[in-house]
Design a protein around this ligand. Structure first.
Ligand SMILES: Nc1ncnc2c1ncn2[C@@H]1O[C@H](COP(=O)(O)OP(=O)(O)O)[C@@H](O)[C@H]1O
Ligand SMILES: [Mg+2]
Length: 381
């Protein structure tokens, strides 16, 4: 989702694509320092000039959209008609060719900064905490060192992990953001004890003073934009991934988190950014519009480049009818890559929250746990 806008003179092509090709294109484009639309444009140009292409398996292709230079969609349609093949097959061939011509330059992946993911949406109850926590668990399970930051003063994440909140007066994240920390912030972390996480999953618990964050930070005269980055900097070398569980509002705290996950010099596209849990309904679309606006304003005002990593459609049930299904398609088509994962509302998820046990520990073989693992794999790639 690195290319949210159509941009000047671009036209959107809608065509089905398999999740595998979609993911490979996104990752490979990022490895080559390209955005998706430029990679897709190059793929089509390559395909137009090639002959004797081989059929590609397109089973499981899902709705996908990409912006091409003006006239691009018509040219593609025409080319498919001339070659007497479906657009789905045409696009699959073009992307497959491009992937073959652009192997993974794995050496580019070393020396990347710590991966920073804000799980954000000001709408409450959409599953931010659920997704942040499940993703962090899955990433730790696959061997990554993960720091999960409870960045919501309501402390849902902290309590669902059965971790006590930080006692009053202790070294909280806010204290460090204000430059008032006394000890190293690592002293405030809690490691999850479950064996499957191998001691690699650490939580920075919420503290009550977080409710005062906006008010206190408003008084900070200097360096406010970067105070979250400064507070977390001493921890970064100890982790592969830092995940922030965002608060349910669009205040100052979320602005600082957006700032924190911006692309750093030399950092690959979509290495860090915002992951957005949504529901398949109208109010989620309205909420996203506001969030997108805030990200846009932040970028314009500060010059930050902020990658939107994609949506996680939560509590999805296709049996809820055509409106639900059409909103789902809407998330996929709104931007590229669109939906990274789809979660159903499940008993295991509810139980994990209510029993205060991490999902992957409570129901390791559940569909939800596997969706979290697939998401972790995609985001870690
Ligand atoms: N896919 C799901 N299946 C089951 N329970 C879920 C699912 N997603 C969220 N929940 C539960 O719904 C409630 C709200 O989700 P939560 O993650 O707290 O939302 P948010 O952080 O956006 O406010 C929580 O109790 C959470 O555990
Ligand atoms: Mg939450």
């Amino acid at each position: 989702m690195t290319t949210p806008g159509a941009g000047e003179g671009r036209e959107k092509l809608l065509v089905n694509l398999t999740p595998e090709l979609r993911r490979d294109l996104r990752i490979r484009a990022a490895e080559h320092g390209l955005n998706m639309q430029d990679a897709a444009t190059a793929a089509l140009a390559h395909w137009y000039s090639s002959t004797g292409t081989v059929d590609v398996d397109t089973k499981g292709a899902k709705s996908w959209g990409v912006f091409l230079p003006a006239g691009g969609p018509q040219r593609f349609t025409q080319e498919c008609e001339e070659r007497r093949m479906t657009k789905v097959q045409g696009m699959a061939q073009a992307i497959t060719l491009w992937l073959q011509a652009h192997p993974s330059p794995s050496e580019r992946l070393v020396n990347q900064p710590v991966k920073r993911i804000l799980v954000g949406n000001q709408k409450g109850g959409v599953g931010k905490t659920f997704v942040a926590s499940g993703l962090a668990q899955a990433m730790a399970e696959m061997g990554l060192r993960v720091l999960l930051v409870d960045y919501d003063p309501q402390a849902h994440l902290t309590s669902r992990m059965q971790i006590p909140g930080l006692p009053d007066g202790s070294d909280s994240l806010l204290k460090h953001m204000l430059g008032e920390g006394e000890k190293h912030l690592a002293r405030s972390l809690v490691a999850l004890p479950q064996e499957r996480f191998g001691g690699r999953l650490h939580v920075l618990p919420a503290s009550k003073d977080a409710f005062l964050m906006d008010a206190k930070l408003a008084l900070l005269q200097v360096g406010r934009d970067t105070c979250l980055a400064r507070a977390l900097a001493p921890l970064e070398d100890s982790y592969d991934v830092i995940i922030l569980d965002g608060p349910p509002n669009l205040g100052l705290a979320i602005d600082l988190a957006i700032n924190y996950v911006q692309r750093r010099p030399g950092e690959l596209i979509d290495h860090s950014g915002i992951l957005i849990p949504v529901w398949s309904d109208r109010s989620s679309f309205d909420a996203y519009e506001m969030l997108n606006e805030q990200i846009g304003t932040h970028s314009r005002m500060t010059g930050a480049v902020v990658d939107q990593l994609g949506f996680v459609v939560n509590a999805y049930d296709s049996r809820k009818g055509i409106v639900t299904r059409s909103f789902y398609d809407g998330w996929n088509e709104l931007t590229t890559p669109g939906v990274l994962a789809t979660l159903k509302d499940s008993i295991e998820g509810r139980e994990a929250s209510d029993y205060q046990v991490p999902l992957l520990e409570h129901a390791p073989e559940s569909d939800q746990a596997n969706v979290m693992r697939a998401l972790a794999k995609e985001l870690a790639a």
